[in-house]
Design a protein around this ligand. Structure first.
Ligand SMILES: *Cc1c(COP(=O)(O)O)cnc(C)c1O
Length: 378
């Protein structure tokens, strides 16, 4: 802990993984064993994830981006196909579509929840549409009932980009269990981490066979002899990464409960000039990001500078992807008109610190600093 002081007010990072001694001991066990890649711990991590999310199959891979890449290939999406995805997400959601030679068909988000607007999907469907990627942005599930209805009507598979949503729920059902494929990230910014890592879940055995082949050079995972059933990658997870994530997974409910408490304090105490995130009834947010939106881009810049001067790190929540240089050049959208909610979230949104190691005292300091900014400004 020498680099991180409890209740330090001069240096509050946006995020910080909680690596405990028990986690470190588990990692050391793997390193001492010499079995470094995709062994017992990765297998246990997959089994525990299946149990948590209530799905039949889980495959661990080297990142959340690798898992999205494998998901698209496993569904047979490729060159010339179209994939529907939200205009507001982390860029990886779109990059994987480009990397398989398919076309991104962006759809706007709704303004309250930052997730795909189900009412705008149908107009984006064409005979070339091959899949819908739904993003559970910031850890809140999208409206899966409405989106599944549309997908079923057009016979389209759903990939849930649940990178931020391990443990998120609608009613009793977990993110990742609604679509054909659920994809998670174990990057240090997410609820639990393996350093770099990802998880794929599905109830379909044939899809899981493809996942396991594609992560490991195309080797048939169900055969005793070595045979190659696909042109695969090396997207394997190391066993010490598996041990780290497994150790953290054991306390995920406590982690999420603590973050829920932090979020509730933000929601209760932050100045009402700020547009606060909303959670629909019956939905359980993971609060991977606590994302506020402000009245203008200028207000965002001034608040961010004020917080930075006061030792509080913040960042933009996600991108309006069609407005980023590569996508703007290729698809030539006018994002302000075509995706107004995504543009607004991108240009006025701010992610505030929220993580297990953030203390109540630090949280109150952040809230008071933000409220002081508004009291001074008004
Ligand atoms: C973090 C994230 C990813 C990428 O995950 P990595 O593990 O960093 O590759 C993809 N999509 C979303 C929505 C994310 O937040």
């Amino acid at each position: 802990m020498e680099y991180f002081e409890l209740n330090d007010m001069k240096n509050i990072p946006l995020a910080k993984p909680d690596i405990q001694d028990i986690d470190i001991q588990e990692v050391v066990k793997v390193l001492k064993s010499g079995n470094l890649v995709q062994g017992k711990y990765v297998k246990d991590l997959e089994n525990q994830t299946k149990e948590l999310i209530q799905v039949n199959n889980c495959t661990a891979v080297s990142s959340g981006t690798a898992s999205l890449h494998i998901a698209l290939i496993s569904l047979g999406v490729g060159y010339g196909d179209e994939v529907i995805l939200p205009a507001f997400s982390f860029i990886a959601t779109a990059n994987v579509v480009e990397l398989i030679g398919a076309k991104c068909v962006f759809v706007d988000i709704n303004s309250e929840y930052f997730t795909l607007d189900p009412f705008k999907i149908e107009a984006a469907v064409t005979p070339k549409t091959k899949a819908i990627i739904v993003v559970h942005e910031f850890g809140l599930c999208a409206n899966m009932e409405a989106i599944s209805d549309i997908a079923n009507r057009f016979g389209l598979p759903i990939i849930e980009d649940a990178a931020c949503a391990l443990g998120a729920k609608i009613g009793n059902f977990y993110a990742g269990s609604f679509g054909n494929i659920g994809s998670f990230s174990l990057h240090p910014r997410k609820a639990i981490t393996s350093g770099e890592g990802g998880l794929l879940v599905t109830n379909e055995f044939d899809l899981d066979t493809k996942f396991k082949a594609l992560r490991n050079h195309g080797i048939d995972p169900n055969s005793k002899t070595v045979d190659f059933i696909d042109a695969g990658f090396n997207y394997r997870m190391t066993d010490f990464q598996g041990a780290l994530a497994l150790s953290q997974l054991r306390r995920i409910h406590d982690t999420l409960l603590y973050k829920d408490g932090l979020a509730k304090s933000y929601l209760e105490k932050l100045n009402k000039n700020i547009c606060l995130p909303e959670v629909p009834p019956n939905y359980q947010h993971t609060w991977q990001t606590f994302h506020i939106t402000l009245n203008s881009n200028r207000e965002r810049r001034l608040l961010q500078e004020y917080l930075s001067v006061n030792g509080i790190q913040t960042n933009y929540g996600a991108q309006c992807i069609p407005a980023m240089t590569y996508y703007n050049k290729k698809y030539k959208h006018n994002s302000i008109e075509d995706f107004p909610n995504s543009w607004r979230a991108y240009s006025t949104g701010l992610a505030l610190p929220i993580y297990e190691l953030l203390t109540e005292i630090q949280l109150n300091y952040i809230i008071n600093t933000i409220n002081k900014f508004y009291n001074n400004a008004v």
